[in-house]
Ligand binder design. Structure first.
Ligand code: SAH
Length: 213
């Protein structure tokens, strides 16, 4: 009950008040128990307006940025979505509430195991996980209706763009290690359209088409 109340406050003050309008995103943020995606020591801070550490020097994103990126994906319930950077699993769970299926890739095994067991416990049967370098995507399951990269890239990995369906949307933070711009790509019949959604700050995307370790 306590967490449900904190979640309602979070949605009201951080999500709706700041301009998120997609009802599907708002409903998902209202339902996913964010406090279960952080360590027990941090559950009381789970609904705060900031990112939190999840171990292995990685973070769960601030609630607003999760909502902003999800809204930018313009999801509908038949969409198959690829996520790079499972981390805590929170972003994947939000997408799983809205879309048809989520394919999520993580390069740190311990984080993936934790997220996987939470998906099982919360009955997210539509989240498929994989342990690998996500910068080269998931060719066997492509093309995707939407692709979300939740770590900062030095440039847009071309392989990921090639795994986007016509009509598909992608969001990715691009920049140096300290700050990035959130870029949205829309693949249409006549080519790729890019828009800049503004500044953000993510941990590094490490891999073949990302940063070197
Ligand atoms: N979406 C996550 C955010 C996690 S932070 C959440 O909701 O909690 C970013 C994650 O991206 C980290 O766990 C990091 O290990 C992972 N990551 C970085 N580079 C990666 C790569 N090349 N492939 C897969 N995961 C990667």
């Amino acid at each position: 009950m306590k967490y449900k109340r904190q979640r309602e406050e979070m949605v009201k003050r951080q999500i709706v008040a700041r301009g998120i309008t997609d009802e599907k995103v708002i409903t998902a943020m209202r339902s996913v128990p964010r406090h279960l995606f952080v360590s027990e020591a941090l559950t009381d801070q789970a609904y705060g307006d900031f990112p939190l550490p999840i171990g292995e020097q990685q973070t769960i994103s601030q609630p607003y940025i999760v909502a902003e990126m999800t809204q930018a994906l313009q999801l509908s319930k038949k969409d198959r979505v690829l996520e790079i950077g499972t981390g805590s699993g929170y972003q994947a769970a939000i997408i799983a509430q809205i879309g048809y299926r989520v394919y999520t890739i993580e390069r740190i095994h311990s984080l993936l195991l934790k997220a996987r067991s939470l998906f099982d416990r919360l009955l997210y049967h539509n989240i498929i996980t994989r342990y690998s370098d996500g910068t080269t995507g998931w060719a066997d399951e492509s093309p995707f209706d939407a692709i979300i990269i939740t770590a900062g890239a030095p440039s847009i990995p071309e392989t990921l763009v090639s795994q986007l369906a016509v009509g598909g949307r992608m969001v990715i933070p691009v920049g140096d290690q300290h700050s990035q711009e959130l870029i949205k790509l829309h693949r249409e019949k006549d080519g790729i359209h890019k828009t800049n959604l503004g500044g953000c700050r993510f941990v590094k995307l490490i891999g073949e088409q990302g940063w070197r370790e």
